[in-house]
Design a binder for this molecule. Structure first.
Ligand SMILES: Cc1ncc(COP(=O)(O)O)c(C=O)c1O
Length: 379
């Protein structure tokens, strides 16, 4: 019997579903001869700010640049500390270091994979300037509680929304609740370009203006440079593509939610794995559907890596986000964290497995994944 291979994400399937609109958007830019900036980029910024619910939106080259620009615009640098999660993509912490500040980590919650907000206050010092929270895998952080803590200590909040475009906390779209929201348009994100891209959202027009200057070589007027800046732009072609995709984002996020619901049903009876749950008050957009495979000591039969291999043998590609927590990465040895500094993060990093999920995924493909999981555990 021929077994279909199931990838973690199928971007070609997404493209095929809207290919005429995407082709037209690309051709329109190519034929215009206007490849950098222009009205397409401006219109996309306006549409995204409307969607997120902020007065300001600036596009840039990537989610990494969005974080860097946000930190720079908030004047965070040497001698400052920024609290964040050790369980994220490296960019979250890396950008703190890039502006010269020190990342300070706090442990996460096992149920949501997000920062445990009750751990934050213990890590606040006189040098703390900001908190970067990540709405990991599409799950929103409890922003009400976070803003309470941040306001009490007079700290900025940067929302890393890279994996959560369209997620909501108590009906507010993430990226509109903290001081600044940072987005990535990496192709596999909920709103993904056909290349790199990023954006920053804020209601603070001064922060927006500073970002505008920094991302254009520190310049407000051509060939007049007031501060040290960088070149960080969203390509016009990508803005055209993203305009089309933004109009499908809500439909796609709803599809992701249905896929997550169906996985819940299919896998409910599999006792070896713990299924992800949506936080109360949150609207999860399921960039990843990540299960935990309990890593029982001395149980060489059922662990995450064995399940991953078992799925692979049956044509299903699952992913591990993230195998090494940020505080244990070589680059951060100098921060002085050790094994067991953050026990939940470390345990989870051995247990997480992200199953295939993408808009357009078919119920029978999900059934194939579920059957393969059950078969892996029975062998
Ligand atoms: C949580 C998080 N933050 C930041 C980034 C960086 O985004 P980019 O790849 O667009 O630079 C990513 C991208 O993978 C991410 O997942």
């Amino acid at each position: 019997m021929q077994v279909n291979t199931i990838p973690p994400v199928d971007l070609v399937r997404q493209y095929e579903s809207i290919n005429k609109e995407i082709d037209n958007a690309i051709l329109k830019v190519v034929r215009s001869g206007h490849y950098i900036g222009g009205s397409v980029v401006k219109d996309f910024e306006q549409q995204l700010s409307q969607y997120i619910g902020t007065s300001q939106c600036l596009t840039c080259n990537s989610g990494t640049d969005a974080l860097y620009l946000a930190l720079k615009a908030l004047n965070i640098g040497f001698d400052d500390e920024v609290i964040t999660t050790p369980f994220s993509f490296i960019a979250t912490a890396e950008t703190i270091s890039l502006v010269g500040a020190k990342p300070v980590f706090a442990d996460i919650e096992r149920d949501t994979f997000n920062l445990d907000l009750e751990n934050i206050e213990k890590t606040i010092s006189p040098r703390t300037k900001a908190i970067i929270v990540v709405h990991l895998f599409g799950q929103p952080v409890n922003m009400t509680r976070l803003m309470e803590i941040a306001n009490k200590h007079n700290l900025y909040v940067i929302e890393d929304c890279a994996q959560a475009t369209g997620a909501k906390w108590e009906k507010k779209v993430v990226g509109s609740i903290g001081h600044v929201g940072c987005f990535s348009f990496f192709p596999t994100k909920n709103l993904g370009a056909c290349g790199d891209g990023g954006a920053i959202t804020t209601n603070d027009s001064r922060v927006a203006q500073t970002i505008r200057i920094i991302k254009e070589h520190g310049s407000m007027q051509r060939y007049h440079h007031d501060v040290v800046g960088i070149n960080s732009r969203l390509d016009t072609i990508q803005a055209g593509i993203l305009q089309v995709k933004l109009s499908y984002l809500d439909t796609w996020n709803e599809q992701r939610r249905k896929i997550a619901d169906y996985y819940d049903k299919l896998l409910n009876s599999v006792s070896m794995i713990k299924l992800p749950k949506e936080i109360m008050g949150g609207y999860h957009v399921w960039n990843q559907y990540t299960v935990l495979v309990e890593n029982k000591i001395n149980n060489k039969k059922y662990n995450r890596d064995i399940l991953k291999k078992g799925l692979e043998d049956q044509g299903i590609i699952s992913m591990v986000y993230y195998p090494i927590p940020i505080h244990l990465q070589k680059v951060y040895v100098n921060l002085g964290y050790k094994e067991m500094s953050f026990p939940i993060t470390e345990k989870v990093s051995h247990e997480v497995l992200s199953l295939p999920i993408f808009p357009g995924m078919l119920p029978q493909e999900q059934e194939q994944v579920a059957n393969a999981i059950k078969a892996s555990f029975n062998t």
